[in-house]
Design a protein around this ligand. Structure first.
Ligand SMILES: N[C@@H](CCC(=O)N[C@@H](CS)C(=O)NCC(=O)O)C(=O)O
Length: 202
């Protein structure tokens, strides 16, 4: 039986899982099930009490969330190069980049929701500014660590690519490349990978 990935097309967290599926050659083992987490009729909460995508149903019917746990689960299912490095130091570095990128995506998604889904008269400017400040600090953090960010695909580099891709998709006005030139150079090269190109949000 195939695994099932409950997904929505524009989620940067889903993109992370989709990239890992491509990089590990597991795509054919997964059926993609479109899911709108905002639909009150959705049965997503029955699979994942947090009610978020991505949620993976394993071939044995076990529900797995969130994106980091799904990616680690998938990494145990293939014999190719590991997305979660085996050596302790490499693993910590990759997980640290993943954590940072997940935090950026959380902030960006919250900021986007505040300015799109919330009724105009109830929007909270300070809240949006707070999310933007977290994103800016994270971009600065990444720019400083540019030498550690290589072109090898692992859970760290993939997550950072998803975060930057989401900024391009939802926060183009931010023009993050203007003050983060080395990070922009890194992303330009990394984004040439087939897995990144094939999963770009539209
Ligand atoms: N920590 C979660 C975050 C997932 C997440 O925020 N998903 C969003 C879509 S981008 C969602 O489903 N939101 C629905 C909601 O907040 O109710 C992960 O890594 O999977």
């Amino acid at each position: 039986m195939k695994m099932k990935l409950l997904y929505s097309a524009t989620s940067p967290f889903v993109r992370k899982v989709s990239i890992v599926l491509i990089e590990t050659g597991l795509s054919d083992r997964v059926e993609h099930v479109p899911t709108n987490p905002w639909d009150p009729q959705s049965d997503l909460p029955a699979q994942n009490p947090i009610g978020k995508v991505p949620t993976l149903i394993s071939a044995q019917g076990v529900e797995i969330f969130d994106s980091s746990v799904i990616c680690e689960f998938l990494d145990n299912l293939h014999a190719g190069p590991k997305m979660f490095p085996i050596d302790a130091e490499g693993r910590i570095t990759a997980n640290q980049f993943q954590s940072l990128a997940d935090g950026m995506m959380d902030a960006a998604v919250l900021g986007f929701i505040e300015n799109s889904r919330r009724p105009k008269d109830r929007r909270w400017g300070e809240w949006s500014d707070r999310q933007l400040a977290a994103i800016t600090r994270s971009l600065n953090w990444l720019e400083e660590r540019y030498p550690t960010l290589n072109q090898t695909s692992d859970i760290g580099t993939i997550s950072v690519a998803c975060a930057l891709g989401y900024l391009d998709f939802r926060f183009a006005d931010l023009e993050w490349r203007r003050h983060h030139e080395r990070l922009a150079e890194w992303f330009e090269q990394f984004a040439q990978r087939e897995s990144i190109r094939a999963t770009a949000p539209v």
